[in-house]
Design a protein around this ligand. Structure first.
Ligand SMILES: *Cc1c(COP(=O)(O)O)cnc(C)c1O
Ligand code: SF4
Length: 346
């Protein structure tokens, strides 16, 4: 019997067998893409046909955006929800009471440089200080994670610490973005973690499947599949327009390789504080088998106050989602409170 299907998900997981997926095949391409990323507001404005404006001075957290992400921004629209996430504005220079430089209490929670043990039974490691994109609302904007990011020397200290913490059964690779590591470095870190017998799961928090989907290469997936650690992938997408065809392909690859994929979004004024937008985001995700996990309240980091949405609005948006979507498609609306061993529901 011949099985006919038009569903693009059911293609053989062979790189050569599906020309549609070939845009994701070259393992070095993502490194070249990073070299060609946009690094100035002027360049981004020109590319999008926006008038050159009085952009704020270059800061310690300068504009950075991949061309892949920039290609999804609507030209000529200064209020585009993807543009707002990456273009520095003068509002960032405003001092707002209550907005501080380490709003999530990372510094006091460090067990060793780059190793955070603030969550119950989970250890979080700052695997690198860099990202492929600089999100203007990010709590990283005020903290130089490069200083804490580990190299092999520091990894030894982490592994010793993990060996002495028998209750830790999950390691979270965070950053920065762990997928900014080359495969060689990434898997050296994974192998080091594998030597700790009580660690069972490896969680990877990455925005790369969204901002540079070419990073999800067959080579990387094949090696990760061989790890004894159970992988969980948490991606970070805030708006449905961030998901184009190549992003969808990256999700398909991850999930077909047996990796559960969850999405964490941040609730952002002007970007996704809208019932229809959030609903469309959740629908798009579940159509691609990605589960909406968290809708995160903005961390109150200095320079990001203009993105804040009041919790009452957030709760109203979640109510809307609950009425319109299957239960599994409604994310938990949470906030991160310093010193708490888990997220706090809002
Ligand atoms: C909250 C959080 C975690 C861990 O918390 P879970 O509730 O287990 O998901 C890890 N990484 C980041 C970036 C987080 O915000
Ligand atoms: S850590 Fe995540 S949210 Fe923050 S700048 Fe990097 S990619 Fe963006």
């Amino acid at each position: 019997m011949q099985i006919l299907t038009t569903n693009p998900r059911f293609v053989p997981a062979e790189p050569a067998a599906n020309p549609e997926l070939s845009s994701l095949d070259d393992s070095e391409q993502w490194l070249d893409s990073m070299k060609g990323a946009i690094r100035s507001a002027r360049e981004l404005r020109q590319l999008l046909g926006l008038p050159v404006a009085d952009d704020p001075q270059e800061s310690a957290f300068p504009l950075l955006v991949t061309r892949e992400f920039a290609s999804r921004i609507e030209p000529g629209n200064p209020a585009d929800p993807l543009l707002l996430q990456v273009l520095p504005t003068v509002a960032e220079g405003h001092d707002t009471a209550g907005f501080i430089s380490d709003p999530v209490g990372d510094l006091p929670a460090s067990a060793a440089p780059g190793l955070l043990c603030k969550y119950e039974r989970r250890a979080l490691v700052i695997s690198t200080g860099v990202c492929a994109i600089h999100c203007r609302y990010c709590f990283r904007r005020e903290f130089d994670y490069s200083a804490a990011a580990g190299g092999p020397e520091l990894w030894k200290v982490w592994i010793e610490q993990l060996q002495q913490s028998p209750n830790i059964d999950e390691v979270i690779l965070s950053g920065g973005d762990p997928l900014m590591l080359t495969d060689a470095k990434f898997f050296r870190l994974v192998q080091a973690i594998e030597t700790v017998p009580h660690v069972k799961r490896l969680r990877i928090h990455s925005r790369m499947p969204i901002v540079l989907p070419q990073r999800i290469t067959w080579q990387w997936l094949e090696r990760l599949k061989q790890s004894r650690l159970v992988p969980w992938i948490v991606v970070h997408c805030n708006h449905p327009r961030e998901i184009d065809q190549t992003v969808a392909q990256a999700f398909t690859r991850l999930i077909d390789a047996g990796m559960p994929v969850l999405n964490q979004a941040v609730l952002l004024k002007g970007v996704n504080d809208d019932a229809a937008v959030l609903e469309e985001l959740c629908r798009r995700l579940i159509d691609l088998r990605v589960q909406p996990y968290y809708l995160h309240q903005l961390d109150r980091v200095q320079g990001a106050a203009h993105f804040e949405v009041p919790p009452e609005t957030g709760r109203r948006l979640i109510d809307h989602l609950r009425q319109r979507l299957p239960g599994y498609a409604v994310p938990s609306y949470v906030t991160e409170q310093p010193g708490q061993p888990s997220k706090t529901p809002l």
